[in-house]
Ligand binder design. Sequence first.
Ligand code: ATP
Ligand code: MG
Length: 417
Amino acid sequence: MKFTQLFSKTQKTVSAETESINAQLLTRAGFIYQELAGAYAFLPLGWKVIQNIEGIVREEMDKIATELHLTSLSPKERWQATNRHDSVDVLMSTKAANEIALQKSTAEYILNPTHEDIITPIAKQYVHSYKDLPFATYQIQTKFRNEARAKSGLLRGREFIMKDLYSFHTSEENLKDFYEIAKERYIAIYEKLGLGNDTFITLASGGDFTTEYSHEFQTLLESGEDTIYLDRKNKIAYNKEVATPEDAKKLGVDFSQLEQVKASEVGNIFPLGTKYSQLLDYYFTDKDNNRDLVWMGSYGIGISRLMGVIAEKYHDERGLVWPEAVAPFKYHIIALPDESNITAGQKIYSELGENNCLFDDRADTHPGEKFADADLIGIPTQIVISKKTLENDSVEIIDRSIGKKQLVKLASLKKSL
Ligand code: ATP
Ligand code: MG
């Protein structure tokens, strides 16, 4: 992408209401735009990061489930059927303005905060036999929750992107087997995102009657909203909101040895058991023609929250420092103003692949401004072209994270990257 085609601009300051580090940096760097408290547009650079995160999540989820896309709107009856219309405190609903204007009786629509209540009736329509079970399906979609504390930028949105997967089984055993497989895929995802060392499977409340706990994936983060008790060596953690020293004992953990640390919940998996199948009368027929309740699990990942967490973890005083796996581009080509520099930059841009590069082709922007923008945007490798480097048939390569600079001959540029 060429800088001159990038309509978003960097900015030196943000409004005083922008409290969180992730929203400050991502707004200044032109990755996101706040539409209202807790709802952000992803501008071209930000959307690239979201797509990279989604790509990693898809790669792993496609191994265990098929992708679909459910609706964001649902009739309120769906939520009444599971008794959640009045109990989910963050539920957002809407009525059609044109129907109100005509004084017609208006239907109430829910902006879905999650999709257990939506997917179960769909599964019930198609799958009734043990022969069609187990199956699992997932989507990556926008969710709506009227969160009270929408002050943490992408960490807590009122409109946010989630990956949600639902699994359906003939027995508790079968659900448990799948649950463990899903856990492994989750671990692989956080590793690929560069968060592997800092993300811990954490026991939390919310399990059904058959399992005492659900499992959260918590990434250590000073600005995270959760507090967890952590045994770092043995990779055991539990959420402070839930667990007591007695729980620690049950897990064979010495409470006094646990660290208390701040973290952000980047994923959550629940064994739902037969909660929804009971509420919605969802049965299957087994081998002997008996009717049994379907067993279910639900598995979420906070896609947009992850972008916020990565921004909070990977930055310095000059700006963002993206890990390569999610960076909007691999290379930031900085051609200092001068026609010959821009021409040389254009050549490198084509050679390295336009999809891999952000090319600062601005002809009349001060070098200092170009460097400051590149540091703020945080692409991993900067390639600087100046009169001086060209005199040596070279470019300067700068590693954004450690600041290491290196002069490299144009002829061997591709090899040395
Ligand atoms: P939290 O405890 O943070 O409120 P939750 O337990 O209600 O989240 P789930 O319903 O399990 O969240 O959603 C799955 C994942 O979606 C969470 O693990 C989290 O990463 C993400 N998520 C949940 N709520 C939000 C939000 N308001 N903004 C951004 N991401 C969210
Ligand atoms: Mg949770």
